[in-house]
Design a protein around this ligand. Structure first.
Ligand SMILES: [Zn+2]
Length: 254
């Protein structure tokens, strides 16, 4: 049985796409998730939506209880996770408004709980392919059909935040072959992997970070404005991809 967990990111904290929506408040052994769970169905597929930064967007990236969020989705029997996230672009061709479906990450976070396996069991989770390639391909073919500009199989670097990068950092991340930058994909994808859920990020490019000389350096207002303008595309993509998950069975998570 396919059940999709949707993690709404900045500018998409509360996508209104659910039928027969019911809000439930849960608690996990790692604490409460960052929002109530909105449960229902989307085009015939059972779904649960969680707001990564709270429904009122009041929770800083470093304060997000990623373990509680992933655990809550697992306890609701979610098999797949589609996570929306705003990203800064480190590449000329990834323009604001474009979608990005990363297949690799670089972890530049510093103070987050990044594993479920830190207590009574030693476990080294394979992370060579952290994202679900089948979901990436599905998101890409839907984006083709919908006529959206997108970039697949890119590398996202997650920084601790809440501050943005310096120019020196931004140039360094480019030299590390990172394509986009955000504050939320790690450890979310790692935790989903540990719980054996298929995970893909739907990243919306909102700005050029601060490496591009001819561009104004990123501000929070810029991010929100681009997200607001393009949130409709992410929602259309959700609505197109989610029903396709029904015929979905893959072996990417072992
Ligand atoms: Zn998969």
């Amino acid at each position: 049985m396919v059940k999709v967990g949707i993690i709404g990111g900045s500018g998409l904290d509360n996508p209104d796409i659910m039928k027969d929506a019911k809000e439930i408040k849960v608690k996990t052994r790692y604490g409460a998730p960052t929002s109530v769970l909105t449960c229902g169905s989307i085009k015939g597929v059972d779904a649960v939506i969680i707001a990564r930064h709270g429904k009122d967007h009041s929770i800083y990236p470093s304060k997000v209880n990623f373990r509680a969020n992933i655990m809550a989705l697992k306890e609701q029997s979610c098999t797949h996770i589609l996570a929306s996230t705003a990203v800064g672009s480190l590449r000329e061709d990834i323009a604001p408004g474009h979608l990005v479906f990363p297949n690799q990450f670089l972890d530049h976070t510093r103070k987050r709980e990044t594993t479920f396996f830190d207590e009574d069991v030693v476990m080294h989770t394979p992370m060579a392919e952290p994202f679900c390639q089948n979901l990436i391909d599905l998101l890409s073919s839907s984006s083709d059909a919908l006529g959206f500009e997108y970039h697949k199989n890119k590398t996202v670097i997650t920084i601790e935040g809440p501050r943005f990068s310096t120019k020196a950092e931004s140039h360094m991340f480019r030299s590390w072959n990172a394509d986009v930058i955000n504050m939320s994909t790690v450890p979310e994808v790692c935790l989903a992997r540990e719980k054996k859920m298929h995970y893909a990020a739907i990243a919306m490019s909102t700005d050029y970070d601060c490496w591009r000389e001819e561009e104004e350096s990123v501000t929070w207002e810029m991010i929100l404005e681009t997200m607001k303008k393009n949130a409709g595309n992410v929602i259309k993509l959700f609505l197109d991809v989610i029903p396709k998950l029904k015929e979905y069975d893959d072996l990417c998570v072992k």
